[in-house]
Design a binder for this molecule. Structure first.
Ligand code: TYD
Length: 338
């Protein structure tokens, strides 16, 4: 089988490229990535020479760049390519519109034209808006889309296009909405890698607002396992929510756990001005994918420990990013300013 992973040089994308090559050695994995600021080929150094792996430096927002890849024949497309950072979406919304909406629509068009057997969209629980802190409800596959920031709005729009292609063209598409991921290769602008790397650099960790916002955290490998299950057993036209098995946890509690695992003495938390429109709480009911035989394997403590260990071991990886060096390297190679 030929699997096209878009955004395979990003955080979750590079994890699934590794996961797929490890678990399905007979398959061909094609990685299409625009190498924008968070796409990083360092995430794939260990497999880049594999005969089962092929990389294309292409942007999904450019149909002319993606069509030649589809022409070669692709069985399954999993779309990870997206701008994902809420804070950035507040001041660079056009980037989000181009990658997340126009990019997805281009992929849908190519999937239709080249009769791809399955298109799977990696969406987010953020498309449902937020819950009140004390709300006992969780998001389900029936929850209406109700995005509350530009990032979430762009992902919700992409979902609308998928629904249209499902209805009008019967494109065999599935969608998954996963909660916050942690693990290796996450760009250090996100809360968990930012916290770990800041502490390793002796810097404080900015905690937005009260620090009481609640997220549902999942280890990235559990997310990859869930995608695998959806591709095998999921039904076209369906949406699957992916979440963890943990108790609800707020940002202060999460950061306290990280600090405890790191065991570096210091006063690391610094409360800063809140993010505008900061979503209060996400919580996901994953009963539906549970019925396909999936459940998360990693506890929160295990997920944190594995993530902390990875960042402590791979200081070169994140120091290069934090110093901006790797972006300069791409400018040299590709002559573009990322
Ligand atoms: P983030 O990793 O940006 O993911 P998302 O906003 O998509 O959930 O943020 C996770 C939580 O951490 C969120 O409630 C915002 C908060 N946060 C901070 O308190 N400080 C930070 O520096 C960042 C990046 C996030």
């Amino acid at each position: 089988m030929k699997v096209l992973i878009t955004g395979g040089a990003g955080f979750i994308g590079s994890n699934i490229v590794h996961y797929w090559l490890d678990n399905y050695p007979k398959d061909i994995v094609i990685n299409l990535d625009a190498l924008k600021y968070s796409g990083n080929l360092d995430n794939l150094r260990d497999i880049e020479k594999s005969p089962k792996y092929k990389f294309y430096h292409s942007d999904i927002s450019r149909y002319d760049e993606i069509e030649p890849i589809f022409k070669q024949g692709v069985d399954v497309v999993v779309n990870f390519a997206a701008q994902t950072h809420v804070d950035r979406s507040l001041y660079e919304p056009n980037e989000f519109i181009n990658s997340n909406i126009i990019g997805t629509r281009n992929l849908l068009e190519a999937c239709l034209k080249y009769q791809v057997k399955r298109f799977h969209q990696i969406s987010t629980d953020e498309v449902f808006g937020d819950l009140a802190i004390n709300d006992k409800h969780k998001f389900t596959a029936e929850t209406l889309l109700n995005p509350s920031n530009e990032y979430a709005a762009s992902k919700a729009s992409a979902e609308m296009f998928i629904m249209a292609y499902l209805h009008t063209h019967h494109l065999p598409a599935t969608i998954s909405n996963c909660t916050n991921n942690i693990g290796p290769y996450q760009y250090p602008e996100k809360f968990v890698p930012l916290a770990i790397t800041n502490i390793l650099e002796g810097k404080k960790v900015p905690v937005y607002g009260t620090g009481k916002n609640i997220r549902d955290w999942i280890y990235v490998i559990d997310h990859c396992r869930a995608i695998d299950v959806i591709l095998k057993k999921g039904k076209p036209g369906e949406r699957y929510l992916i979440g963890s098995d943990h108790r609800e946890i707020n940002n202060i509690q999460l950061l306290s756990k990280i600090i405890k695992v790191m065991d570096i003495p210091g006063d690391w938390m610094e409360f800063v001005t809140d993010r505008p429109g900061h979503d209060r709480k996400y919580a996901v009911d994953w009963t539906k994918i549970g019925k396909l035989g999936w459940k998360p394997k990693y506890s929160l403590d295990q997920s944190i420990r594995l993530t902390v260990e990875w960042y402590m071991k791979n200081t070169r990886w994140w120091k290069k990013i934090k110093s901006g060096e790797y972006r300069k390297a791409y400018e040299k190679i590709y002559g573009k300013n990322y």
